[in-house]
Design a protein around this ligand. Structure first.
Ligand SMILES: [Zn+2]
Length: 238
């Protein structure tokens, strides 16, 4: 199976679609102010996680960088509601995106570059074709147009890793005080560590990097619905 990352068009490339949304996830963890590394935040988004049973107002109205003690308190509160396969890190967001939308959307939208949104017919087609790992969560978007098709955020769980040879030496170590993972700048030339690819899944994320990865089968399926304003960039594996 070949794999591709989905990337936004660059700012000066003309697209087919006018659709735009402004939305944020229902629940957030703020960044952490670590005594060793200073403030940091991660970019995880797990829209399938429902935290409505957690009675903690700061999750809906985060107030900026928090102490390690406060971070530990919030992690303990939400851990029972987050699948064990998913990490809980400062800056993470959970639940559906809520906001407003306007214009016409293509089958796949990737804007900003770390969010992947599918039109309703794309979700239905991917599921009808039996693709695996499609976790699509309906966005709660208000629109002036009553006929706007529903949009779904595609969850990409950070299951795969980039190959250590493409990351190279430019790593910041993990921190055991605050749970900060090892981090690195996204290498311009990149490939996957083959042994880390989750077998049989057609969508997944990369630990420590934003690009969302989809299978060749995913690309072929959504392209049947016409053009999308995205680039598919092949990610080799070794
Ligand atoms: Zn730390």
């Amino acid at each position: 199976m070949r794999y591709f990352s989905i990337e936004s068009l660059s700012f000066d490339e003309p697209g087919h679609w006018s659709g735009r949304y402004r939305a944020r996830h229902r629940w957030h963890l703020s960044g952490v102010d670590c005594p060793r590394f200073g403030p940091w935040t991660w970019m995880d988004a797990f829209p399938s996680v429902d935290l409505s049973a957690v009675e903690e107002p700061v999750l809906a109205e985060p107030k900026g960088p928090m102490s390690v003690a406060e971070y530990d308190r919030l992690v303990a509160l939400i851990r029972p509601f987050v699948p064990s396969v998913l990490p809980i890190r400062a800056g993470g967001s959970f639940g559906p995106m809520i906001g407003t939308a306007q214009g016409q959307f293509g089958p796949v939208t990737c804007y900003p570059s770390w969010e992947l949104v599918l039109r309703e017919d794309a979700v239905e087609l991917l599921k009808a074709e039996g693709l695996r790992g499609i976790i699509a969560v309906r966005m709660e978007l208000k629109s002036r147009r009553s006929t706007m098709p529903a949009l779904y955020e595609l969850e990409a769980r950070p299951l795969a890793r980039l190959h250590p040879d493409c990351i190279g030496e430019w790593k910041t170590p993990a921190c055991d005080l605050c749970g900060k993972p090892e981090s690195f700048p996204l290498p311009p030339k990149r490939w996957l560590l083959r042994s880390s690819i989750p077998e049989g899944l057609d969508v997944f994320g990369i630990e420590g990097a934003n690009p969302r990865v989809v299978s060749e089968r995913f690309v072929e399926t959504v392209q049947r619905l016409g053009p999308s304003d995205v680039h598919y960039r092949e990610l080799p594996a070794e």
